[in-house]
Design a binder for this molecule. Structure first.
Ligand SMILES: [Zn+2]
Ligand SMILES: [Zn+2]
Length: 458
C-alpha cells in the first residue's frame, strides 16, 4: 500500500534545516525507515554531506543565491563542519547554533550523555550477577511532543521516535561495555534510564527454584502463620513472637534459598498443601521458590539442599532442586488439582464395623465421583461451592486398637478428612455415610503425589 506520495529525502532535509537546528542523529532519525545496515547518525551525516555538495555545485555554477541559502542552513542549523569550512572559504557568514531542537535536555544532547550513562550502568551493576539484560529509557513527554509536532507539520512518515533511537544506542553501547547480551524476551536485569531525572533504575528479575519437599513431623503449617490475635505484631497470647506456629515449611525451604541468592524476599508456590497435622511423605510435594531481587543467580543447588536439610533436620526435607521459570510456578497450582494423591489415614469410628461393612465401603468409595462442598473448617478462606472430585481407590483394614486404617487414592484437591467424616452431609458419598456411623480422621499422611506429567520444564 502506498501510504504517501514519494518525497525526496534531500528536499525534506533541506526544508527541515531551514527551520530547525538538527544534529546528525536527529536529522537521520527522521529517515530511520529508509535503508538499512547503517545508523541514524550516518543517515543524517550523509544527507548533510550531499546537501553541502549540492550547495558547492550551485556556487560553482553561478547560482550564488541558492548556494548561499543552502550553505548557511547547513553551517548554522545543520552544525555541519564541512559546510562551515566551505562557507568561510567562500566568505559566507552564518549563525553558529549548537543546540539541536530535538535532543537537547539540560544543556546537552541526550545522545552525548550515553557514554556517561553506560559508565554508571557498569558501576551500579558491578555486584549483580546476570547474563542477560534489557536497557530502556523513560522519555520526557515535552521532548517527545516536540518531535511529534515537527513530524506532523512536515508530513514525515519514515521516522522513529527518539525513545526507540536512544534505547537502541544505549543498548548497543551497554552491551559492549558489559560484555553481556541484551535480551528482549526474558532479561535477568532491566535497566531503565529516566531522561528527566537523569537517574538509573535497576530491576533484577526473580529467580525460580523448583524442588520437592517432605514433611516428617506433624504440626508444621506450609506457610508462615501469624498470630490471629495480634496479626504478627507480638502479644501476650503468642508470647511476643507474633506467630501462631513457630515454623513453616516455606520458611525452612525459602530462607536458605533467599540467603544463597542474596535476594530481598521469597515466595513459596506449592502444588497444593497438606493439613498442618498431616505428614507429607513419599517423593514429596512439588514446589517453586521465587526469589525477588537475587544478586546471585548461579547457586550451588547441592549445597543449598544440604543447608535446608541440615537446618530443618527431622522436620522438613527437600530433594531434586533445579532452576525453573515463572510459568511453571503459575502452573503448579493448576496442576495440583489434576494430580493423584495417596493418603494414609487412621480413623476412629463410633461403632466398629464388620469386615463385610468395610468391603462394602471400599466398593462404594472406589472409582466414584464425590460431591464435596467447601468444608466448614476452611470456609473462611475458600469460596463456598460444591466441587466434584474423583476417588480412585480406597482400602480399609481394622487395627488392633479399634481404629481403622485406610489408604485413599484421590484426585488432587480432595479433602480427605471430609471424605471420611462426611462433614455433616457436605461431602457425599463419604465413609461415614456408607458405614452409617460417625467417622473421624485422627491422623493423616500424604504417601505420594503423582503429577499428570513429570517434566516440570515441559
Ligand atoms: Zn539532536
Ligand atoms: Zn500475638
Amino acid at each position: 500500500m502506498g501510504d504517501s506520495q514519494m518525497r525526496d529525502p534531500l528536499e525534506v532535509a533541506d526544508q527541515l534545516l531551514s527551520q530547525y537546528p538538527l544534529c546528525d542523529q536527529c536529522l537521520g532519525r527522521q529517515f530511520a525507515w529508509l535503508s538499512t545496515g547503517t545508523s541514524n547518525r550516518e543517515r543524517g551525516r550523509s544527507i548533510k554531506l550531499l546537501l553541502s555538495m549540492k550547495a558547492d555545485e550551485l556556487l560553482k555554477s553561478g547560482e550564488r543565491e541558492s548556494g548561499v541559502r543552502l550553505l548557511t542552513n547547513l553551517a548554522g542549523n545543520g552544525m555541519f563542519e564541512p559546510a562551515r569550512i566551505l562557507a568561510s572559504k567562500n566568505g559566507i557568514e552564518h549563525d553558529t547554533v549548537e543546540k539541536c531542537y530535538l535532543c537537547f535536555v539540560n544543556g546537552e544532547s541526550i545522545f552525548d550523555r550515553i557514554p556517561a550513562i553506560v559508565g554508571r550502568i557498569v558501576e551500579e551493576t558491578r555486584d549483580i550477577e546476570f547474563d542477560t539484560f534489557l536497557v530502556g529509557c523513560t522519555p520526557i513527554p515535552s521532548v517527545a511532543e516536540r518531535e511529534d509536532e515537527l513530524r506532523a507539520r512536515h508530513g514525515l512518515l519514515r521516522g522513529e521516535p527518539l525513545r526507540g533511537d536512544l534505547n537502541r544506542e544505549l543498548g548497543k553501547q551497554a552491551q559492549r561495555a558489559l560484555g553481556r547480551e541484551a535480551n528482549f524476551e526474558r532479561p535477568e536485569l532491566v535497566i531503565v534510564y529516566d531522561m528527566a531525572l537523569d537517574s538509573l533504575n535497576l530491576q533484577i528479575n526473580p529467580l525460580f527454584v523448583y524442588g520437592c519437599y517432605r514433611k516428617l513431623v506433624r504440626g508444621i503449617p506450609q506457610s508462615r502463620w501469624d498470630c490471629t490475635a495480634c496479626r504478627g505484631k507480638g502479644c501476650e497470647s503468642c508470647g511476643g513472637t507474633g506467630r501462631r506456629y513457630p515454623d513453616s515449611v516455606s520458611e525452612y525451604v525459602g530462607i536458605p534459598v533467599q540467603t544463597a541468592a542474596n535476594g530481598s524476599r521469597f515466595k513459596f508456590h506449592a502444588a497444593g498443601r497438606e493439613d498442618i497435622d498431616a505428614l507429607m511423605l513419599g517423593g514429596g510435594r512439588p514446589f517453586v521458590v521465587e526469589i525477588s531481587e537475587p544478586r546471585i543467580r548461579s547457586l550451588d543447588l547441592d549445597t543449598v539442599t544440604q543447608t535446608i536439610n541440615q537446618q530443618a533436620a527431622g522436620k522438613v526435607e527437600v530433594s531434586d532442586l533445579q532452576y525453573t521459570e515463572r510459568e511453571y510456578a503459575q502452573r503448579l497450582k493448576h496442576e495440583a488439582s489434576h494430580n493423584i494423591k495417596e493418603y494414609l489415614a487412621l480413623i476412629r469410628v463410633d461403632e466398629i464395623p464388620t469386615d463385610e461393612a468395610l468391603r462394602e465401603a471400599e466398593t462404594g468409595l472406589s472409582g466414584v465421583e464425590i460431591n464435596q462442598r467447601t468444608p466448614t473448617r476452611v470456609s473462611h478462606r475458600r469460596r463456598d461451592l460444591v466441587r466434584k472430585k474423583w476417588v480412585y481407590e480406597v482400602q480399609l483394614t481394622s487395627t488392633d486398637n479399634g481404629l481403622i486404617q485406610g489408604t485413599f487414592k484421590v484426585q488432587g484437591g480432595t479433602y480427605v478428612k471430609e471424605l471420611i467424616s462426611g462433614d455433616n452431609g457436605r461431602t457425599t458419598p463419604s465413609l461415614s455415610e456408607i458405614l452409617h456411623s460417625g467417622c473421624v480422621c485422627v491422623e493423616l499422611t500424604v504417601l505420594s503425589i503423582h503429577g499428570p506429567e513429570t517434566d516440570h520444564n515441559a
